[in-house]
Design a protein around this ligand. Structure first.
Ligand code: MGD
Ligand code: MGD
Ligand code: SF4
Ligand code: MO
Length: 735
């Protein structure tokens, strides 16, 4: 900490769920943050984006929740009265005990969101408290990545697949498939590296229905593709590679299993449909020649990096796309070598474990439950396959239908921490109905979100500027940020840890993690990690960068010394054909990747009524629904639906017009952004805008999940990018 002119500079950082974690230096004067600065040190800087820079507008927002609130009137009406902490916590403790005694712990649904990514605050202490209280029901099926994770596990037996970022500079071709890190960040090093890749003259190709900021900034070639059809293009690329003899035969022979089955499918020996580029053109709209050229270029520019993003896998049959991409990286032998990239889930550097790792569970509610159907339960790591969990897309249905509807329990209360659950899960209107049917809802929040509005008790939480924490980046990024407390908690807000501590006492729980001092817990975490070591130094510097002596090449050992290093699959090799999946005997999870038609797609019967394919992407002005209410972010770009000028013209829609985007699930009314940056037939409503319905149920906030379907693929992939809608002018804003 540096002090000058009564200004203290506190090293802290930004730690919401955008995929980055960035340095912020808070300039504090008289207990108030007067300025935020970011990293201006050596490259690659952990430099904050526009959202982080605007953070003062979030901390000092007039809309911050200031006191505990208790509902008056009907649930969801949004009328509350101020109560004391004592009253609020008494009520929460009373309801927890009552519901546990009446229905058992499994009736408590713990909605643990992504709002705070620190290692101490957010859902972590509340989860510890609820475990000590006898457990709770939780979700499986993470909206972010479940399809990609499943495909990664099925192919390689692990989620740690990619090389470290700096190794992209050793590639001869970089293909970014359905990935937009210029907006979604992943870590501050990603865009920095892509800029260096471009400057080095390495060709970058982007495959995306939208001309994204990533395509505009880094790519030499943009290939627009019809959503949900990527598997067809990837399989047709395999067709070109196999028929022209461009596959890496030695690699396939030595390190993979099941190539023959895949070849039979690709060449049409299995079903009399050769998967030619012409076959794929009719499905994807990508010209056959473009597909063939990219196939040749990818196979012949070795080493080449194909990074398959999660966006296309956050869709019906999304796991087929991810599997097809993974298999293509194997067929071309781009795995385990510098400049290559084993497309899969995350990168190989591990500063922490994501996912629940093992199959054991400390949650009493999950004890003894068998593995879930269609799960890769014979593999270690990946998602916990415990069948006591409810898929996150199905929570609303589970609340409404319970055991009678085939769910493992009847849910009676929701404990929501750091999640705008209603807004961020498919079929928001059904979500509201479901939350209204619960007996009790408690929400820890900083703002009155659409989810908090449905609470019986709202507990005001402080921000990461008002407490201490450690921010680990997503898997694969070699650094930590120390979030030092810069100011005291505003108003009556408390941290999730403090709330869990006080509530634990009211619940009569024995002393545990939550009773420890904040700094002691963080020190213990810091000292238990061999890549942090010195907690005090981290606190002082605000950041720990782990120097990698050389880029990390995932699977290098398996490729260089296969006798002593097996892949973690059941066969010990890369599985083009998965026996584990064969045993599932599910036509939607074939053992080799296939193109399977999504239920809501350009050629489904429903397209006659709802002809446009909707994407619900992650956007630069928000991390999910966080920052929605920050004025600077709104000024940068108002929330809108992207629509191609051809589709707009057909509907007599002009730039800025208010339009309705709708299907049988609901209707939102927002301005149109008429643009060639999205291909015809496709529209985009970025996820995260707050649900704000009028009396007729039309959402003027523009929440994408009013339109999404609560179905999921057997792997657990959400259907958030496979939705059919219609768009029509609502009213003219300009004469
Ligand atoms: N600014 C910001 N950054 C974020 C987040 C945020 O909310 N805001 N959220 C963070 C989180 S938790 C996550 S999980 C990640 C998500 O990161 P991603 O999943 O990568 O983000 P998306 O924007 O949903 O999707 C990436 C791209 O996929 C494209 N896409 C969608 N469907 C298809 C398809 O069928 N085919 C092809 N080829 N492309 C398709 C979209 O147009 C988009 O450009 O982002 C993280 N970063
Ligand atoms: N249609 C569609 N929907 C999607 C997606 C999509 O691509 N399309 N993406 C999905 C993905 S990948 C994800 S990860 C989810 C994310 O969904 P959520 O996890 O619900 O994320 P947010 O909407 O950002 O809500 C986080 C909330 O936490 C609050 N918060 C911040 N810090 C703290 C804290 O320290 N303590 C507490 N108690 N609260 C805090 C914030 O104010 C915010 O309201 O959304 C999913 N929803
Ligand atoms: S929102 Fe993400 S990229 Fe922006 S400052 Fe925060 S952590 Fe960094
Ligand atoms: Mo996510």
């Amino acid at each position: 900490m540096i002090s000058q002119d009564h200004v203290t500079v506190v090293p802290t950082g930004c730690c919401h769920d955008c995929g980055g974690r960035c340095v912020l230096k808070a300039h504090v004067k008289d207990g108030k943050i007067i300025r935020l600065e970011s990293d201006n040190g050596e490259d690659p800087q952990l430099r904050a984006c526009l959202r982080g820079r605007a953070y003062r507008q979030r901390v000092y927002s007039p809309d911050r929740l200031k006191y505990p609130l208790r509902r008056v009137g009907e649930r969801g009406e949004g009328r509350f009265e101020r109560v004391s902490w004592e009253e609020a916590l008494e009520k929460v403790a009373f309801e927890l005990k009552r519901i546990k005694d009446t229905y058992g712990n499994s009736s408590i649904f713990f909605a643990a969101g992504s709002g705070n990514q620190g290692m101490l605050h957010g859902p972590i202490p509340v989860g510890a408290m609820l475990l000590a209280f006898g457990g709770f029901t939780r979700i499986w099926g993470v909206a972010s990545y479940e399809g990609a994770l499943f495909a990664s596990m099925a192919t390689y037996g692990t989620m740690r697949t990619g090389n470290s970022r700096d190794d992209l500079l050793n590639s001869r071709l970089v293909v970014l498939w359905g990935w937009n890190p210029a907006n979604t960040v992943w870590d501050p090093e990603t865009s920095f590296t892509l800029a260096r890749v471009r400057e080095k003259g390495i060709k970058i190709v982007v495959v995306d229905p939208r001309y994204t900021d990533t395509a505009a900034t880094f790519a030499k070639q943009w290939i627009p593709i019809r959503p949900g059809t990527d598997a067809a293009m990837l399989i047709a690329m395999a067709y070109v590679i196999i028929t022209e003899g461009l596959e890496d035969k030695a690699f396939v022979e030595k390190y993979t299993v099941g190539f023959e089955s895949y070849r039979d499918y690709v060449l049409g020996h299995e079903d009399d449909v050769p998967k030619t580029p012409e076959w794929a053109e009719t499905i994807t709209t990508v010209p056959a020649q473009t597909i063939a050229e990219l196939a040749r270029e990818y196979a012949q520019s070795k080493p080449a990096a194909l990074i398959a993003g999660w966006g296309p896998s956050r869709a019906a049959r999304g796991e087929q796309y991810s599997r097809a991409a993974n298999v293509l990286t194997a067929v071309t032998g781009n795995i385990g070598i510098s400049g290559g990239y084993a497309s899969g889930f995350m990168r190989a550097y591990s500063s922490r474990e994501t996912g629940s790792g093992t199959h054991g569970s400390r949650n009493p509610v999950e004890k003894g439950a068998p593995p879930r159907k269609n799960s890769l339960h014979k593999l270690r790591g990946g998602t916990n396959p415990n069948s006591a969990r409810i898929h996150s897309a199905k929570v609303f249905d589970a609340i409404l239908r319970g055991r009678a509807g085939g769910y493992p329990t009847d849910l009676k209360m929701a404990y929501v921490v750091a999640s705008n659950f209603i807004n961020q899960h498919p079929n928001t209107r059904r979500g509201v109905e479901a939350f209204k049917a619960l007996e009790f809802v408690v929400v820890h929040e900083q703002f009155m979100t659409p989810t908090a509005k449905l609470a019986d008790i709202v507990l005001p939480v402080n921000t990461f500027m008002e407490r201490n924490d450690i921010a680990p980046p997503w898997l694969g990024s070699p650094y930590y940020i120390c979030l030092n407390k810069a100011i005291d908690s505003l108003y009556e807000s408390k941290s999730d840890l403090e709330i869990a501590r006080e509530l634990s006492k009211k619940l009569g729980l024995p002393p545990g993690l939550v009773d420890m001092d904040e700094d002691d817990i963080l020190r213990a975490i810091g000292e238990s990690r061999d890549d942090i070591h010195d907690y005090d130094k981290m606190k002082q510097d605000g950041v720990v960068r782990i120097k990698l002596p050389e880029p990390i090449i995932s699977f290098r050992e398996q490729i260089e010394d296969p006798e002593n290093n097996r892949f973690e699959t059941l066969s010990g090799k890369i599985e083009i054909y998965s026996k584990h999946m064969e045993e599932m005997d599910n036509p939607l999870l074939p053992p080799i990747p296939k193109y399977l038609k999504p239920p809501e797609s350009y050629d489904s019967p429903l397209a006659a009524k709802y002809p446009l394919q909707l994407l619900t992407t992650h956007y630069k002005t928000r991390a999910h629904s966080t920052w929605h209410n920050v004025p600077w972010m709104r000024e940068i770009e108002p929330h809108s639906v992207w629509i191609n000028s051809i589709d707009a013209k057909k509907r007599d829609i002009e730039e800025g017009d208010l339009v309705d985007v709708f299907n049988d699930r609901g209707k939102i009314r927002i301005p149109a952004k008429v643009t060639e940056r999205i291909m015809p037939g496709v529209v985009n409503v970025s996820q995260g805008a707050w649900y704000d319905p009028d009396k007729k149920g039309v959402d003027h906030g523009g929440c994408a999940n009013v339109l999404t379907d609560d179905a999921h693929s057997p792997s657990g992939a959400h259907h958030m990018n496979s939705v059919l809608v219609q768009v029509a002018a609502a009213e003219r804003t300009m004469p």
